[in-house]
Ligand binder design. Structure first.
Ligand SMILES: Cc1ncc(COP(=O)(O)O)c(C=O)c1O
Length: 377
């Protein structure tokens, strides 16, 4: 098993940061690369035209590797809402057909579908929280011949309860529906392969588990959708964009693959190199290895919670990186201030305390969390 990677981060003693699901910290290396990139902008005459393309090329390569895709299938997007809006522009939907989603899904993977349903007179069907914790069975049950679109995630953002996307992908294809995924809460720390799941679109925000800067995320567009309409019409996605002297020879054609879905100014000269080193770190450590390490921590949370009589999802129904400690009547009001007083950072989401450890955490962090819970309950 890999070891705790705390030395790569700038997390002081006395801070117990168990909240990567909210905002991942940069590594020291990524921050340094960002500082150097800011410095470069003081002297922009050093920036070559070729770098507008070579810098994002590195990012596509690493992001593709993470999901078992080809670099040409990747686009750079500023946010999940950007990616889902681009997907929504291309989903075929007829009057009366269904769009399926999980209860309490993150809004960036909900609002575009509400608007699309209004435009097309389609029906939104929300799968309720399953009594037995089994999202997969509940979701599969909802998908039928009248389903045009399934929107989902790998683990519920509020408490890490799992969805088996391989099974969902299979059923979605069987009924001829499209599949749009938001993997913001699991990608980089839980294995995922587009070859196994075959989504139409997959979007991920880069600033949480991927340890990247804000406003620099990724999107996968399945080859079958790469002739679609992008959200914006940027010069940089059109054929011949690298010839800066001829940009006003306007072109009909886009660059191949998913390039047309890239955001304008995709070559963020500060964010791209920072995202690149963060992705590289995760890939070098190995996503499976990270998942194994984080599972050892969330399993420990489960064990400690059980001893206190608190409820968590069963081991086979939770993601390796996220665990919700559930309180039937809601989390008591005095818990959040007591944790904050000890510099223990978690999130309260719904009726759960959401614990989200990353590679800089170890069991001592979990012990500190439970020291407070034990004394407060
Ligand atoms: C599951 C999930 N998706 C997306 C986001 C962020 O969305 P956006 O990039 O549209 O701000 C979050 C942030 O908490 C999230 O938890």
């Amino acid at each position: 098993m890999i070891k705790c990677q705390k030395e790569l981060f700038d997390i002081p003693e006395g801070i117990t940061y168990l909240n990567a699901a909210y905002m991942g910290p940069l590594t020291k290396q990524s921050a340094e690369i960002g500082r150097q990139a800011v410095e470069r902008k003081l002297t922009p005459w050093g920036i070559e035209v070729s770098e507008f393309f070579s810098i994002p090329d590195q990012v596509y390569k690493l992001a593709a590797k993470m999901i078992d895709a080809e670099p040409i299938d990747m686009a750079i997007v500023p946010s999940v809402s950007y990616g889902t809006a681009a997907a929504a522009k291309n989903i075929k939907l007829s009057k009366g057909q269904k769009i399926i989603m999980l209860a309490d899904q993150f809004p960036s993977n909900v609002y575009p579908w509400i608007e699309l349903a209004k435009d097309k007179d389609a029906i939104i069907e929300t799968v309720a929280w399953p009594q037995d914790g089994n999202w997969t069975a509940a979701l599969l049950n909802a998908i039928d011949d009248n389903t045009a679109l399934v929107t989902a995630c790998n683990a519920h953002w509020t408490n890490g309860t799992l969805v088996d996307l391989v099974a969902v992908g299979k059923k979605t294809r069987e009924v001829g529906a499209a599949l749009v995924l938001d993997l913001t809460q699991t990608l980089g720390v839980m294995p995922f392969s587009v070859k196994d799941v075959d989504p139409d679109y997959m979007v991920v925000g880069g600033y949480k588990w991927l340890l990247g800067p804000y406003s620099y995320g990724f999107m996968y567009v399945a080859p079958r959708n790469q002739n679609g309409r992008p959200l914006e019409e940027s010069w940089v996605t059109r054929k011949g964009a690298d010839d800066f002297s001829r940009l006003v020879d306007y072109k009909e054609d886009y660059e191949p693959g998913a390039r047309r879905f890239d955001m304008g100014e995709k070559t963020n000269f500060i964010h791209a190199p920072m995202a690149e080193v963060a992705l590289k770190l995760l890939l070098d450590l190995g996503i499976e290895n990270i998942a194994e390490y984080l599972k050892s921590l969330t399993d420990y949370v489960g064990e400690r919670a059980g001893k206190l009589g608190l409820n968590v999802a069963d081991e086979d129904q939770r993601a390796p990186n996220l665990i919700g400690i559930n309180f039937k009547g809601g989390v008591p009001d005095h818990i959040a201030p007591a944790l904050a007083a000890k510099n223990i950072f978690v999130s309260i989401r719904g009726n759960s305390i959401r614990v989200a450890p990353h590679i800089y955490n170890d069991k001592a962090d979990i012990d500190r969390l439970f020291d407070v819970l034990e004394s407060e309950l």
